[in-house]
Design a binder for this molecule. Structure first.
Ligand SMILES: *Cc1c(COP(=O)(O)O)cnc(C)c1O
Length: 237
């Protein structure tokens, strides 16, 4: 199947999941995960109307973005090292994967220097998997005030990657716990957090049922990735 067909199927599945959850269809945005896909594929997706793309390696994005059509928005979704924060701030419209105060401080410092306000999400390792990056849920609450005080950072919500499972329903408790953690963060901050980034090709419908506002979909859109990403899903920059 081609990209146009995949996209149309995906949009129908997203719309149906929204309807089942009694949520307006526009309440879920698709982040097209273009990691390992060449610029031509991104440009084809852009011609089909997609505007929001996700990349998990700074170096790959740096090489790719200049060859992609303009006016696209880019989200960083991989593990961010402090020595890549400056480039990440330049390249991306949102960093979804801030996983420590140290990285947040460095992103803030670089955003101040670039005179740019950087929207971020905190990546949470809800299931406590040793193979995944991300905040421990309790640590998010403990560091929330410090994170929220950093200049030129705007905390927009939380992101998670559910453990791989053949049955998508297995991810539901993980997504639910991320939503509950967001509620607690909103109470602590006294302000709403607009985004929950959760759900990938295998489990986005369940995530929408639990309140996802951003779903990050790669293979269901572009097909199998041209070459293996080499590391864990959220690994490497
Ligand atoms: C690769 C990746 C995705 C997309 O995964 P698919 O299963 O191909 O949809 C989503 N989120 C993150 C963080 C990723 O690294």
């Amino acid at each position: 199947m081609g990209l146009a067909e995949n996209l149309s199927t995906l949009q129908q599945r997203i719309a149906a999941a929204c309807a089942r959850a009694q949520r307006p269809p526009g309440s879920v945005q698709l982040v097209a995960v273009s990691k390992n896909q060449p610029p031509e594929v991104v440009n084809e997706a852009a011609r089909l109307g997609l505007t929001l793309f996700g990349e998990n390696r700074v170096q790959e994005a740096k090489a790719k973005i200049p060859d992609c059509s303009g006016r696209l928005r880019w989200h960083f979704i991989g593990h961010l090292q402090t020595n890549k924060c400056r480039e990440a701030v330049e390249l991306f419209d949102m960093i979804e994967s801030v996983d420590s105060l140290r990285v947040a401080e460095e992103v803030s410092r670089r955003a101040v220097a670039a005179a740019k306000t950087m929207p971020i999400l905190l990546q949470v390792n809800v299931a406590g998997e040793s193979t995944k990056f991300g905040y421990e849920p309790d640590r998010v609450l403990a560091e929330l005030a410090a994170l929220n005080a950093l200049p030129h950072l705007e905390l927009h919500g939380l992101m998670t990657i559910a453990p791989y499972a053949p049955e998508p329903e297995r991810a539901r408790p993980v997504f639910r716990r991320l939503r509950e953690l967001k509620d607690r963060c909103e109470q602590a901050l006294g302000a709403p957090l607009p985004h929950l980034s959760m759900g990938m090709s295998g489990d986005f419908e369940v995530a929408i049922g639990e309140g996802a506002t951003l779903v990050r979909v790669g293979t269901a859109l572009f097909g199998p990735r041209p070459r293996p990403n080499g590391e864990a899903l959220d690994g490497g920059t």
